[in-house]
Design a protein around this ligand. Structure first.
Ligand SMILES: [Zn+2]
Length: 310
């Protein structure tokens, strides 16, 4: 699975390939034009004149005669090209991005064209969860219970600060139909629009991935957990609905949570389970990674089923 750095690297390579292609086409056009002896003669004159002008300017000599001649030859070249169904600008590369001329960089930073490619990649990778309509801005306060409102508010400001939050892990605890999924979508939409890499898994899907990893012995294995470890935000939806597989579920879940904390990366977990039940089911080590005051927060969302309130 791909990391953020790799994504930018690939995007720059893609943009550079565009430049290469534009240059190749321009070279081919030029070559085609030089097959015409008239063009070749005029073009040779233009090259010599450009050199002569440059020399004259270095020596502080008058170059106006050369420039007049140059203009004449340039006009002539344009006419010859036109007869060949070509234009002057066919001889120079037509870059896809006028801003960076397909170098990928603009003012010492990634150009917008690179960011666009990365953005598109992100939405492809993140779209397993994204419902673009479920945003903080669209959320309807009237449908939320008071503690859900509070949770929305807290998480909104958490998203604003992301990724520089002291609190890395958020556990959203509550029953079904109280806006947990909406909230997760709102977080993903907000952070994805800021180009963070998000990976969304149901606990069930994650468990299947763990099992695959556990029973896999080929080359693929090495990279199977990379995106879980490296993404900016990992969302594990509905923890507690998966089966506990011996030597798999708890072991790998701990590995992921622990590694992510060491790397200072955030994880959001939704669950119906109460803290005691989490401790019971997953044990002390996972519990302490998920629910501790230093770097985690537990937000309870109770209240009425918002689907009933509509
Ligand atoms: Zn560009």
């Amino acid at each position: 699975m791909i990391t953020k750095t790799q994504m930018y690297h690939n995007a720059v390579e893609k943009v550079k390939a565009r430049a290469q292609q534009a240059q190749t086409i321009a070279n081919q056009n030029y070559h085609k034009a030089t097959l015409n002896p008239l063009f070749k003669q005029v073009d040779t004159n233009i090259i010599s004149l450009n050199i002569a002008i440059a020399k004259a300017e270095v020596d502080n000599k008058d170059s106006s005669e050369y420039k007049k001649l140059l203009k004449k030859f340039l006009n002539e070249r344009t006419k010859i090209l036109k007869n060949m169904n070509m234009a002057e600008n066919d001889l120079s590369p037509k870059y896809f991005c006028p801003k960076c001329h397909d170098t990928g960089y603009y003012k010492d930073n990634y150009c917008d064209c690179v960011k666009k490619i990365v953005n598109d990649e992100y939405s492809k990778l993140n779209n397993c969860i994204l419902d673009p309509t479920q945003t903080f801005e669209n959320s309807n306060d009237n449908l939320l219970s008071d503690d859900a409102k509070l949770a929305y508010k807290k998480i909104y400001s958490w998203c604003e600060k992301f990724p520089n939050n002291k609190i890395k892990n958020i556990v959203l605890q509550g029953g079904t139909g109280i806006g947990k999924t909406y909230l997760v979508n709102a977080i993903c939409n907000k952070l994805s629009s800021r180009q963070f890499l998000i990976q969304y898994f149901t606990a069930f899907g994650l468990n299947n991935l763990f099992l695959k990893y556990h029973t896999c012995f080929d080359y693929d294995r090495q990279n199977m957990l990379d995106n879980l470890l490296d993404c900016d935000l990992l969302v594990i939806d509905d923890l507690g609905t998966e089966n506990i597989l011996k030597n798999v579920t708890i072991e790998y879940l701990y590995l992921i949570l622990n590694e992510r904390l060491i790397k200072n990366r955030s994880t959001i977990i939704t669950t119906n389970l109460l803290p005691e039940a989490i401790l019971d089911r997953y044990g002390e080590r996972i519990f302490s990674r998920l629910i501790n005051k230093q770097n985690s927060t537990l937000l309870k969302i109770s209240g009425n089923d918002i689907r009933l309130k509509k």
